[in-house]
Each structure stands twice: as C-alpha cells, then as structure tokens.
Design a binder for this molecule. Structure first.
Ligand code: NAD
Length: 296
C-alpha cells in the first residue's frame, strides 16, 4: 500500500445518512481526526447530529464538495443509487465513494461499474455489529471492489471497525453482509421460537437462555439479544425489523439469481416478511420474539 495515496486525517469525509448507524459512525471518524460533514434528508436527524457536536450540511452538494471520501449509510441500494446520482456532479476528482449501507449486491455491482467508468472510485463496505459496536468503533467491515481503492480508504474504515475484510470484487461486501444477516436472523428466529416453546412447557425463559449459552445452541442472539431485548420486552436494539427483513430477502434473492437452492432461506425470508406485515415498519428486529408468541 503506498502511503502517499492513503486518505489520512485531516481529510474531509462526508457521511450521507445520519440514522442509527450513520451518526455514531460519523462520530468515530471525527474522533480519528478527519473533518466530518454529515447530511440527512431528515431535518430531525441533522439537528440531532449537530446537537451531538457534528457538522451538518444543509444540502448534499455542500456535504460532498471537496470530500476525499463520501460514505453512504442509507436504508437500501435503490436509495443509495438515487442519492449518488444526485451528488455525482458535485464530487471532487479523486473522491472515493463507499456504500456502507446493506445494499443488494447485484445492484451494487452495476452501480459501481457505472461510477468507475465515469472516473469515480467506488467500493462497497457494509458493516456488522449493530449500534453498540458502531458507537465503540469496533464494527466488522466487509468490503467489495478494487484492492487499491480499498487500501486508500482503509484508514477511514479502521476508524469505525477493527476488522476490515476484503471479501472480493464489487458487490462482494454486500453479498457477505446479506448472507451474514440471513444466518443471524435464522438463529434469532430459532432461539425466539425455542423460548416460546420452553415457556409453554413451564421452563423459565432466562434459565433456557443460560442453558443455551453453556451449550451448543449458543449463538450471537442467545448471548446478546434474548435476555437484553426480547425476554426483558425492551425491543430497543436500534436495528429495525424492516431492515432485517430486507437483508434476508437480499440473501434469498441472491440465491435465486445464482441458481443455488436455498429452501431454508426461502422459509426464513417468508417468516420475516410475515412478521413485518404483522408488526409494521416501526418495529425493532428483536420484536420477532413477539411474532413467535403471537397466536396465528
Ligand atoms: P436508519 O433508518 O436509522 O437511518 C437511515 C437514514 O437515512 C435516516 O436518517 C434517513 O432520514 C436517511 N435517508 C434516507 N434517504 C436519504 C437520502 N436520499 N439522503 C440522505 N439521507 C437519507 O437506518 P440505520 O439503522 O442507520 O441503517 C443504515 C444502513 O445500515 C441500512 O442499510 C441498514 O441495513 C444497515 N445496518 C444497520 C445496522 C443497525 O444495527 N441499525 C447494522 C448494520 C447495518
């Protein structure tokens, strides 16, 4: 990696999308010494960012002008494409655009190829770890695209996450992310179902979780979600059910696009879609526990 080409502080970094993830991730980049300017379509999100000490721009053009790196943290790939179309004319020469949202990989590959053909460097670099690890700057980051572009942007990514994986070509980060969330969501749904069954049998749910966590049924959800958000009925993890359902659907669509049979992914995607239909778009993803116990 050539030192001269890496993007180091105090370069300007624009963060587009200041929601549950964008806001704490922008704060991490700022703490690393970069000049961070944020933008969100929501005036509330901009005000919250400014109240926490961030610099919020009033237009996407102001946010991205002269930025060495532009990061998108938006709900999905279609919204990312529209946002990038809207900012393209304002990007400085040499800007690296990084989509850190959980977007669909096939769309990302097409978008990335178009941008690169127009002279704009682009990689996908979605994240895993949730709001807690976004605040701590310890996210897992999985990148797709050209290795030289990734090397250039690595110091910025390392401000947000301690492990940065090069998953493969354009879209590979988004594919790895969707597959990760499919596995995570399947584990969460299975654990929530098991709690409902155990309770009906007369087992204390907290005892069942302790059993899982000392046994082979242990997974990230049994350790970090069941007691914390589901059994406590707090349902406030900061990751929406709508976004999780989108990620599982993305993984399942990818299986179909590639012709790989994935009957379990078909089932898990259908179940999370049904939970979204029942609980609505404002539900937290841990409310899958309410879906598991609902009479159907
Ligand atoms: P969020 O809904 O909290 O934030 C998204 C923000 O984007 C909102 O503030 C919205 O106003 C803004 N926005 C929408 N369209 C815009 C546009 N065109 N221009 C500027 N701003 C726009 O979502 P989040 O939880 O922060 O997630 C962001 C991305 O990160 C998603 O793709 C999600 O799947 C992914 N992700 C989330 C988590 C999590 O735990 N929340 C974890 C890993 C990955």
């Amino acid at each position: 990696m050539s030192q001269s080409s890496t993007i180091l502080p105090p370069a300007k970094v624009a963060v587009i999308g200041l929601g549950n993830m964008g806001q704490p991730m922008a704060a991490c980049i700022s703490r690393a010494g970069y000049q961070v300017v944020g933008f969100d379509l929501s005036a509330d999100a901009r005000a919250k960012f400014a109240a926490a000490g961030g610099k919020a721009a009033s237009s996407v053009a102001d946010a991205v002008s002269d930025a060495a790196v532009v990061i998108t943290l938006l709900p999905d790939g279609k919204i990312v494409r529209a946002a990038i179309e809207g900012m393209k004319a304002h990007l400085a020469r040499g800007t690296v655009v990084i989509d850190m949202s959980s977007s669909a990989p096939v769309g990302t590959k097409a978008l990335g190829e178009e941008l690169i053909a127009a002279g704009i460097a682009f990689i996908d670099a979605p994240v895993s770890g949730g709001v807690k690890r976004a605040i701590d700057g310890t996210l897992a980051i999985m990148a797709g695209g050209d290795g030289k572009t990734l090397d250039k942007a690595t110091p910025v990514l390392q401000a947000m996450g301690k492990s940065v994986f090069h998953a493969g070509p354009l879209g590979a980060g988004h594919a790895a992310k969707a597959l990760n969330n499919y596995v995570s969501a399947a584990g969460l749904a299975a654990a929530a179902e098991a709690v409902a069954i155990a309770e009906r049998f007369g087992i204390d749910p907290n005892t069942l979780v302790d059993v899982f966590n000392a046994s082979t049924g242990r997974n990230n959800s049994t350790e970090n979600k069941l007691k914390q958000f589901i059994i406590s009925q707090k349902f406030n993890s900061g990751f929406s059910l709508a976004l999780m359902a989108k990620d599982i659907r993305t993984a399942d669509d990818l299986a179909h696009q590639l012709g790989v049979p994935a009957p379990l992914a078909d089932e898990v995607a259908a179940q999370w879609d049904a939970a979204l239909e029942m609980l609505g778009s404002s539900a937290d993803h841990t409310e899958i526990g309410r879906y598991s116990t609902a009479k159907r």
